[in-house]
Design a protein around this ligand. Structure first.
Ligand SMILES: [Zn+2]
Ligand SMILES: [Zn+2]
Length: 461
């Protein structure tokens, strides 16, 4: 991403804190402290147990909205460490329909001081694991469409939960060296980007206290294991799910003149939709529009009467987001008109009210503080600058529109040699959401726990 692309048109509704108020906050920050000298030894001592925990999470993944056993294990392990744990935190709201969520909150109070929220997500993906590792997942479940589906921790949320547990233990063991309250959040349904909203809708902050800071990490195959990256400002794009239903007129496959073929209309729409970003959006504004699903037809010799498409839209600017949604509607309708579809059978374009999240903007001052803590704990050669990407996350929701300083840092997960080879050959390593994604777990977990603990202990000094 170029510097020009970073000059994005932010909307006030994005989860960020104003730079001015950051600096006011920044004045109150005490001098940075070094990570405790015994932190590395202490993390190394718990690493064998953490690896077993990681493999257990990895073998037993659960899809978004179904994190029943995962959340119970996380809750039980945190309780064993002495945290006060509440389960079943969260409620999905879809109109009048309310469904409980599997969120957990674990509190450790240690005198007066700041309140720090550390968040891990818990859900896995409908992906078939092809890594061939001996702790691979063979789990089958039922996906959101009711179809049988393999399940895999292909986004590394098993790494995040294990880092959370490792950090929880370090904070207990180093309790004499910090003051304040630690609030650990096991968040469900990050992959459907409705888990953070569900926990907030269940009065997370009214029940458990509003944090002064929020921190989270995400593993990253584009960084070498042993490294982290962090930077203030834009980190992750907004995400908007859109459904487009092209409606035609069904008929016999041999008599196209008697009907209106929605499969052909959908094909036209898919091609035209790709011109929205390339021909209509300001090139300085990052945007991605992807048609991820397309379903239509039942039999070779039948022209069906509708095709359903699922789209994901990523932008940093709400203005651009609204522009593209309007263009999607216009394009779908334009295709329908060109095919002679009657006014009462125009395409139906629905923007999801639940699978939607604003862009994630790291708080500038807090990000610098996180960076300095990580440098003290890992060494400056292991702390890189995070580049913004078009992926999305709902961690920013915990910032309450940027009013709580929030930072997500990236945790390197790839073998450094393989990463260097991939950069030389141009052949990418398996990325997040790939069935081949296998983080180098031992150094990744070690680095994750050391850096997260160092950040927490600095915030809580
Ligand atoms: Zn993911
Ligand atoms: Zn993820």
């Amino acid at each position: 991403m170029t510097a020009a692309q970073l000059a994005v048109d932010y909307n006030p509704s994005m989860p960020r804190i104003s730079v001015l108020s950051c600096f006011v906050f920044g004045l109150a920050f005490p001098a940075l402290s070094q990570a405790p000298s015994d932190l590395k030894q202490s993390v190394n001592a718990q690493l064998p147990a953490l690896i077993e925990t990681y493999k257990d999470f990895h073998r037993n993944p659960e899809l978004s909205h179904h994190e029943e056993h995962t959340s119970a294990k996380l809750a039980a392990d945190l309780r064993k460490l002495g945290y006060t744990v509440t389960e079943h935190v969260g409620v999905y709201e879809d109109g009048d329909k309310k469904t409980p969520a599997w969120g957990i909150v674990a509190i450790l109070e240690n005198g007066p001081g700041p309140r720090l929220l550390i968040r891990s997500d818990m859900d896995a993906l409908p992906v078939e694991e092809k890594t061939g590792v001996d702790y691979a997942s063979h789990v089958m479940s039922v996906n959101a469409e009711g179809q049988p589906s393999p399940v895999m921790h292909a986004c590394g949320h098993d790494i995040h939960m294990t880092v959370l547990l490792g950090t929880a233990k370090e904070l207990v063991e180093h309790k004499s060296q910090w003051r304040g309250t630690v609030m650990l959040v096991g968040q469900p349904s990050e992959e459907t980007i409705d888990g953070a909203r569900a926990m907030l809708a269940d009065h997370l902050y009214e029940r458990f206290g509003k944090p002064d800071f929020v921190v989270a990490e995400h593993d990253d195959p584009n960084h070498a294991t042993g490294d982290i990256s962090v930077k203030g400002g834009p980190l992750l794009a907004s995400s908007t799910s859109i459904d487009v239903v092209m409606r035609g007129v069904g008929t016999h496959g041999s008599k196209p003149e008697a009907g209106k073929d929605p499969i052909l209309m959908a094909a036209e729409f898919v091609m035209l939709a790709q011109t929205i970003v390339s021909r209509q959006v300001d090139p300085q504004q990052p945007a991605v529009l992807t048609v991820g699903t397309i379903h239509g037809g039942l039999k070779r010799n039948i022209i069906s009467d509708q095709v359903t498409m699922g789209l994901t839209l990523r932008t940093y600017s709400d203005k651009v987001r609204d522009q593209i949604i309007a263009a999607v509607r216009k394009t779908a309708e334009g295709v329908a008109v060109a095919y002679g579809i009657s006014a009462d059978r125009m395409p139906v374009v629905t923007v999801s009210k639940t699978e939607i999240t604003p862009a994630t903007i790291n708080d500038v001052v807090f990000a610098e503080r996180v960076r300095k803590s990580a440098v003290a704990a890992l060494g400056s050669e292991h702390v890189k600058a995070a580049e913004p990407v078009m992926g999305s996350e709902d961690v920013g929701q915990f910032s309450l529109n940027g009013t709580i300083p929030t930072v997500m840092f990236r945790l390197g997960a790839s073998d450094p040699q393989k990463l260097a080879d991939s950069q030389t050959t141009g052949k990418p390593l398996p990325g997040l959401h790939s069935g081949l994604f296998a983080p180098v777990y031992e150094p990744t977990l070690r680095t994750g726990v050391i850096s997260m603990t160092a950040v927490a202990m600095d915030v809580l000094k």
